[in-house]
Write a protein that binds this ligand. Structure first.
Ligand SMILES: Nc1ncnc2c1ncn2[C@@H]1O[C@H](COP(=O)(O)OP(=O)(O)O)[C@@H](O)[C@H]1O
Ligand SMILES: [Mg+2]
Length: 362
């Protein structure tokens, strides 16, 4: 069903995205690209695309969901290794022979059919050795997904970039799929353009998912409602109010199914989206508490229409009754751009999607 709120994991339930799907499959299987990056705003369908691709590829895979660490201020080695451990155990459940390859890695113990990783600093399970073992085992390749990988920027006491670079250069059978909704942050984490970075200059496959166009959004809703045998006509109104983010359209479909009341369903989406977006914005502010009011003020300024750099500066200065340096203003805007709260359109700053704007309206 199209209006299912979970990420889709089957091609029949994935609307459109045919190009993106064949590209991700090509990168991973035919072109053998070691790292494929999937970019796109929150709820645009990255996880769905990846899950469907995994099913189509039918290769062993490990799926590390880093989104669950979004509300954490930092990410410890223990957090990361336990998440990996859970995934490795799923894999050994399906492929028991893998256990033989994991035996003997320092920091890894095998208890019956359970694989346990140590996070004790003196006896840490080594990520590089673990990948070596996977590479030796996976004769036809293995995929490692790092979903919402920008959260790894918060890693404390460990860094997976050198390991990624090592795997890129040496482990032919391992393919990474790395997704991110905070695009600037993801690039800041990968540091591909930084000559001092382990991943400097490595070529990667990149797929960017954009929100549905008006036509796609209408067709998406049309198909979803026809699956439910519901007659529906107000497509333009829905697109005009909610925009083209598949996640919001899906939620709308479900709400309309429940109430059969257009205005009510649209409002429910807007209110739900506003609550969720504000909570996500609070996470963004976790390490920016001293400038919290300024970030909120900037978002409010652009909630009605896009604003120029000068307007942001004047607005903030008026709010606090004091001068603010140009570099500060630029830094605020850069942070908002990097975390995909804001996009730049013709030199103006706008909410990245309509419901982000709506979430900050007074
Ligand atoms: N192409 C699509 N076809 C059908 N449903 C989709 C599609 N893209 C996204 N969705 C729906 O939108 C919501 C968000 O998708 P998800 O894959 O979780 O996005 P992301 O990982 O980018 O945040 C889910 O309810 C999912 O089912
Ligand atoms: Mg996702």
């Amino acid at each position: 069903m199209l209006f299912d709120l979970r990420p889709k994991d089957n091609k029949v339930n994935l609307f459109d995205r045919e190009d993106e799907l064949s590209r991700i499959i090509d990168y991973v299987s035919r072109l053998n690209v070691p790292i494929t990056i999937v970019l796109g705003l929150r709820r645009v369908g990255k996880s769905s695309l990846i899950l469907v691709a995994l099913k189509e590829l039918n290769m062993p895979a490990i799926y590390i969901d880093l989104r669950k660490f979004e509300e954490h201020q930092y990410l410890s080695y223990r957090d990361f290794i336990l998440e990996l451990q859970r995934n490795i155990n799923e894999l050994t459940g399906r492929f028991p022979k893998l256990i033989n390859f994991l035996k003997g890695i320092s920091g890894v113990s095998i208890m019956g059919n359970q694989v346990l990783f140590s996070w004790k600093s003196s006896a840490r399970a080594s990520l590089a050795q673990l990948l070596d073992a996977l590479n030796d085992w996976a004769s036809d390749g293995v995929i490692i997904v790092l979903d919402e990988a920008q959260e790894l920027i918060k890693a404390r006491g460990f860094n997976i970039l050198p390991t990624l670079a090592y795997a890129y250069d040496n482990l032919r059978r391992i393919r990474f799929i790395v997704s991110g909704s905070k695009m600037g942050l993801l690039y800041r984490f990968l540091r591909i353009k930084d000559p001092g970075s382990p991943l400097f200059g490595r070529a990667m496959g990149t797929i960017e998912l954009t929100p549905f166009t008006r036509e796609q959004a209408i067709e998406f809703l049309r198909r979803g409602f026809s699956e439910l045998n519901i007659e529906f006509r107000d497509y333009d109104e829905v697109y005009g109010r909610l925009g083209g983010i598949p996640g919001w359209l899906t939620y709308f479909g479900l709400k309309y199914y429940e109430s059969r009341d257009l205005g009510k369903a649209i409002n429910e989406v807007i209110n739900y989206a506003a609550a969720l977006i504000r909570r996500e914005f609070d996470n963004f502010l976790i390490d920016k508490q001293s400038a919290k009011d300024r970030y909120l003020a900037i978002m409010r300024m652009m909630s009605n229409e896009c604003v120029g750099w000068g307007e942001v500066k004047r607005g903030l200065e008026a709010m606090i009754g004091m001068g603010i340096s140009d570099s500060r203003i630029s830094e605020y805007l850069r942070q908002l751009l990097d975390s995909s709260w804001v996009i730049k359109v013709n030199d103006k700053y706008c909410p990245a999607e309509p419901l982000i704007g709506a979430a900050f309206k007074a």
